[in-house]
Design a protein around this ligand. Structure first.
Ligand SMILES: *[C@@H]1O[C@H](CO)[C@@H](O)[C@H](O)[C@H]1NC(C)=O
Length: 302
């Protein structure tokens, strides 16, 4: 039976479109796990899925022979020993290990040295070099959001991340700063280091930029439904900056939105710092669009 020429043409067109569609979707394929696959891990007291999803998404998209897995440990010294002994390529470091790992690495990059806080360790042939990619991410966000160094800034927190945030503001020229921290050792010490004022309480805080660098509002923390600043302080401020990345809409972010305030979110911080880590581990620089896609993907699941 003869097939009418119009049908043949349509069929050929269909096949052609199918092939075009499939090749458009073709990307470099990540090799199956093998003995040479490079391994990166993260160490945190409360691991989240964000880093694991961000890095593995980009390995997949770029066809890079790496895997990344979030871990926790009750023995940070042994864990870093494991990174060294097993030849793991990279190790991201979160609360509360950012300072403890300093004594366990071989070299400190200027970004980690300046603030004595580490969030990234790169293992090159058995030499462990420590970096802090949070610092650079905060510096970039201060600039891209148009925060002005003439404005006053109040930073809540005094841990490793607060050090990175404080140093970024100080180095961007912010002179009028307050560190709010209950801890009577680390609070005054950080304030003194930055040339800022220390206070133990959030009562009566008045600053144009409010920055939360505590776990307040973080999913899974005991204070997950709390807000780091009081309403009167939020109302008086121009910009609210929450470093907490999960959930991306923290109670503080929602409150600031309700007051119509300018916002900088932890989701932005985590995407920028993770992109820098990715580069340090793999030597590959993802595009802005790839970082954005990985970031959205990384936060799309708890
Ligand atoms: C306060 O900070 C110091 C120095 O960082 C730390 O050793 C101590 O455990 C902290 N205290 C509390 C109650 O968190």
């Amino acid at each position: 039976m003869a097939v009418p020429p119009r049908i043949t043409l349509l069929a050929m067109l269909g096949v052609g479109l199918g092939i075009a569609y499939m090749s458009r979707r073709k990307r470099p394929k990540r090799p199956l796990l093998n003995k040479d696959t490079q391994i990166c891990i993260s160490l945190a007291k409360r691991p989240s899925n964000i880093g694991t999803r961000f890095h593995n998404y980009l390995y997949e998209e770029l066809g890079i022979d790496f895997i990344y897995k979030a871990c926790t440990t009750s023995d940070i010294k042994a864990a870093i020993g494991g990174v060294r002994a097993l030849g793991l390529r990279g190790c991201s470091v979160s609360m509360p290990f950012k300072e403890a790992v300093i004594a366990l690495v071989d070299e400190m990059d200027a970004s980690a040295l300046a603030i004595q806080s580490v969030n990234t360790i790169v293992n090159t042939g058995g030499t462990l070099r420590a970096y802090n990619t949070d610092y650079g991410a905060i510096v970039a966000l201060i600039a891209s959001h148009g925060l002005r160094s003439s404005e006053s800034v109040a930073i809540r927190g005094s841990g490793g991340m607060a050090k990175a945030v404080g140093a970024a503001f100080r180095d961007a020229g912010f002179m009028k700063g307050t560190v709010i921290a209950r801890n009577t050792t680390s609070g005054p010490a950080l304030a003194a280091e930055l040339g800022y004022v220390w206070t133990a309480s959030v009562d009566g805080i008045a600053a144009e930029i409010l920055v939360n660098v505590t776990p307040i509002g973080m999913a899974g923390s005991p204070e997950e439904s709390e807000i780091a600043f009081r309403d009167d302080a939020i109302e008086r401020a121009r910009v609210i900056f929450d470093v907490v990345a999960f959930p991306s809409e923290t109670p503080l972010v929602r409150r600031a939105r309700a007051f119509g305030k300018a916002l900088v979110t932890g989701a932005e911080v985590i995407a920028l710092q993770a992109a820098k880590q990715f580069e340090l581990y793999t030597g590959v620089q993802p595009t802005k669009e790839q970082v954005l896609r990985a970031s959205v993907f990384s936060r799309s699941c708890p």
